[in-house]
Ligand binder design. Structure first.
Ligand code: MIC
Ligand code: SF4
Length: 645
């Protein structure tokens, strides 16, 4: 029986377990990446492990998320990251060099390799035919220590592409069609593998756009074969030696199949407030737009940006709105500057933004009250833009640029009077590594610089025999990590858990942290009760560390997303799910809960929860791997590692 590409790469990296979907495995990680917002904690944890040097093949630390620098905190973080990188043998990508996923694609990703990144959009690397997975910072720290990454052997879903995209329809529409079909729920422990003759019509950055937003479906990762287009992309970046042809066998067997005919695909749009809330652009055409933002790790390649510049050439953005453009990397920025595109953008009135995450993480460019914001990024969760009433719509760069000109959502396939900007794919890119700082051979003498906002990672204690406390919050479905641990204005506290913890659940219930602390004082444990897909979205482990710091011992949910479940276990919080879905209704905020003899119960996979307030018992499932059991008993992964390193 033939093999999928996923099986080929995973089996070449398998160090523990067998590749049977659903069973726990450990894989060797070749490359790691961190970004500043998750990176400080990852390196603090790496330091806590007591190792002098990273042990994996390549480790890169990017500064791209928090570059706003209001106050001293961000700059201190950058200084810490630069010094710890030099000390531990990590390449440092300076602020200004670009968004981690775009830069990693240009400079380091390679077909057939494994990459673990402390950012949920690490799967962007799948566009190069590699297995690139997002995780919490602690998992990345462990991979940098040369240890395997543990995951559940995934089911492999074939997404077969036929035909070729028409002008005005682009890679973003492909992934929006995938999200429309698969939604953001129920795809945990799957990999999307793209096949079919349509693949050859997509260049590496287009493939990466598609892999990038697989993260929104909650899959472990997505990947494309490595072919002549991959060779061209790598050779164009002076990295021809990294090329290797890779594809699934002809007779590979997949767990599921979804087919897309690229040639008939129509332009799509994700409506507020979820990336799977998808309709055709023509269905909402005419809606007035207040803001357009083009960039982010999803759509900020040279071709994306040049198309926008060409479309705007000689025109001025509509007076009713503001247009911001953020090229994904310094390479893209310089190419746009050199070929005159930047001048076209400036002349059109576009506001040229830094090559960083910026607006995508709500760091700036928040829309006005009830403002309609048309964006090319990947997430439109409520409030993520920094404006709770903001209405964020996700589209392709083509649709965004048309909106910037017309002042309203415009179907690119309708008669709008603008000529399609055909841009040919470059054979040579402007390669310049001067914003990368390579570490010295021996970093022992490098002084690690820590500002006053940088605290030690908090410690946890082993799991108690009995957990007894209150439902401190009960939330509904699709609670994202942006709800649990807001970014934007609060991002500067990423290295300061004591301060950041004050904002847990701020967008949902700002008094949550205070209630937790009151319960802690009374010796009561805190419980979170949630609906489906709890913890979807980002990889930020702060959504587990800060609740841990506030004495949260367990999350009881209808379902929990993969990265968040790992993060909960890494920090000793029990991830429990309802055996019978209707029991979600039999538990309310403020109810008193008890988990007796929990150390023994979790090992059995099923747990009985006593709801004392209602005098009932509720069966829960504790679906964890043997490694996760060990972590939960020890009070988190750091405690396990301390015993073993
Ligand atoms: C995001 O897109 O939500 C982020 C910000 O990139 C996060 C990482 C973080 O919270 O620092 C992610 O996707 O993992
Ligand atoms: Fe940055 Fe946005 Fe991409 Fe996250 S999704 S890595 S915030 S650009």
């Amino acid at each position: 029986m033939g093999k999928t590409l996923t099986e080929k790469i995973l089996s070449a990296h398998l160090v523990e377990g067998s590749l049977k979907p659903g069973s726990p495995i450990g894989i060797r990680i070749d490359q790691t990446l961190t970004q500043d917002a998750t990176g400080t904690m990852a390196y603090l944890q790496f330091e806590a492990m007591g190792l002098d040097r990273v042990k994996n093949e390549l480790a890169v630390s990017y500064v791209d998320h928090n570059t706003i620098q209001v106050g001293f905190e961000n700059a201190d973080d950058h200084r810490y990251l630069q010094s710890v990188a030099a000390s531990k043998g990590v390449i440092y990508s300076r602020p200004g060099n670009g968004i981690c996923h775009q830069v990693h694609l240009e400079r380091f990703g390679r077909p057939g390799a494994t990459l673990l990144g402390s950012d949920s959009h690490t799967p962007t690397g799948g566009g190069l035919g590699m297995i690139a997975i997002g995780s919490g910072g602690l998992d990345v720290a462990v991979a940098m220590a040369g240890r395997p990454f543990h995951l559940i052997a995934p089911k492999v879903v074939e997404i077969r592409l036929a035909g070729k995209l028409r002008p005005w329809v682009s890679a973003k529409d492909v992934i929006l069609a995938v999200l429309e079909h698969f939604t953001t729920k129920g795809n945990v422990n799957c990999i999307f593998e793209y096949t079919g003759e349509g693949v050859a019509s997509l260049e590496v950055p287009e493939r990466s756009t598609i892999c990038n937003m697989g993260a929104e479906a909650g899959v472990t990762t997505s990947l494309f074969p490595s072919d002549e287009n991959t060779r061209r992309f790598l050779e164009g970046h002076n990295r021809g030696e990294d090329y290797k042809a890779l594809a699934a066998d002809e007779d590979a067997v997949y767990d599921d199949l979804f087919e897309i005919d690229l040639s008939t695909l129509e332009a799509r749009i994700a409506l507020p407030h979820s990336p799977d809330n998808i309709v055709l652009v023509k269905d909402v055409a005419g809606k007035k737009v207040d803001q357009v933002l083009i960039g982010s790790c999803t759509n900020s390649s040279y071709v994306d940006m040049k198309k926008v510049a060409d479309l705007l050439e000689g025109k001025v953005v509509h007076p009713s709105l503001s247009l911001g453009v953020a090229p994904g990397s310094r390479e893209v920025f310089m190419m746009l500057a050199n070929d005159g595109s930047l001048a076209k953008l400036i002349a059109s009135g576009a506001r040229i933004l830094e090559s960083a995450c910026g607006f995508c993480i709500g760091n700036h460019q928040s829309p006005g009250s009830d403002g309609v914001s048309l964006r090319t990024n990947n997430r439109n969760f409520e409030g993520r833009s920094g404006t709770k009433s903001g209405q964020v719509y996700l589209v392709s760069p083509e649709v965004a640029a048309l909106g910037a000109l017309t002042g309203k959502i415009t179907d690119p396939l309708s008669q709008h009077g603008f000529a399609y900007p055909t841009v040919s794919f470059p054979t040579k890119f402007l390669v310049d590594d001067s914003m990368l700082i390579f570490p010295p051979e021996d970093g022992r003498d490098v002084k690690i610089l820590r500002g006053p906002n940088i605290g030690d990672p908090p410690k946890n204690t082993p799991l108690k025999e009995t957990l007894k406390g209150l439902v401190t919050i009960k939330v509904g479905d699709k609670i994202t990590t942006d709800h649990i641990m807001p970014a934007g204005a609060r991002l500067k506290y990423r290295s300061n858990i004591v301060e950041y913890s004050k904002y847990v659940f701020e967008p949902v219930d700002p008094s949550f942290a205070t209630r937790c602390q009151e319960n802690q004082k009374k010796g009561l444990d805190n419980f979170i009760v949630a609906g489906t897909s709890y913890g979807q979205g980002s990889s930020r482990e702060h959504a587990a560390i800060c609740p841990m710091y506030l004495g949260v011992q367990a999350v009881v949910a209808l379902s929990i997303e993969r990265i968040h479940q790992n993060n909960l276990c890494n920090f000793g919080i029990l991830p429990l799910t309802f055996k019978d879905k209707s029991d979600y209704e039999r538990i309310g905020q403020g109810d008193e809960l008890v988990l007796q003899d929990i150390r023994t119960q979790i090992g059995k996979g099923e747990v009985i929860l006593e709801n004392k307030s209602r005098g009932i018992s509720i069966p829960l499932v504790c679906d964890i791997t043997p490694d996760q059991l060990e972590m939960l008993l020890a009070g988190g992964l750091l405690n396990v590692l301390k015993e073993n390193i």
